[in-house]
Design a protein around this ligand. Sequence first.
Ligand code: ZN
Length: 253
Amino acid sequence: MHQLVRCVRCNTVFMKTPFDQEPEYPLAPLSPRGVTESTERDDFKDFMRNHAGHPLEDLTVIEDSYVSDKDYIEPVKLSYFRATNGKENFVIKKFREKIDEPLSYELIAGDYSLKCMSVEVQAREIEKQIAKEFTERPISKNKIDSFIRLFDHILGTVVARNLERIAEESSNPLEIYYKMDELMLMHLLRNCRYIFKGQEYLDIEKFVHRHKDDGVLLLKATFKIEVIERAKTKNNVLVATPSIEREKVSGMM
Ligand SMILES: [Zn+2]
């Protein structure tokens, strides 16, 4: 069980992990030999010594609040999660600079949000996939470009947050994939008739149906983590808060 201890006076935090340095993800290529359980125990003793006489409190990690700036499996990355003492919420920044360093935890009074930076069609992937599949009757580069421009133009006419999210497609928490809706699909196919004729149109129509739900025709949204410290919080900064169930709490990450 992970235990998060906060010094109320210094506003610092210590993560107690009884089986220390187990990788967060079993497949992660880390496990530096130098840092052992006993080192961590000593670190906790140091923490207790440094904060002797200070009021300490346990924080509970808020479930499903974990987000990081790189793939889940990356050992060197910056992550954030929420924790609470029951009255106030905090953001815990978790990081290490190098693979052989222990994890550091920093307490921030405030919250984070995910801000959508862009929603794009996967232009390169579409191009590659068409080239790969249309070997018998290849499609000209010009027409592929026109198709991508058309798809991109149609994407520009919709509001991404109304689209259906495809959760399992991404291993990166800041890259989220969405599926085009029926209206987009209709527009795309209708306008494809101006680019492709006869058999070529029929081939493209099949291609669209093959890849719209889980393939290269998914729309890729890129997000950025924005941490807002409590003192600096302004209402108009708190946008696009991810749907995280704040009520569900647990002591375990
Ligand atoms: Zn202290």
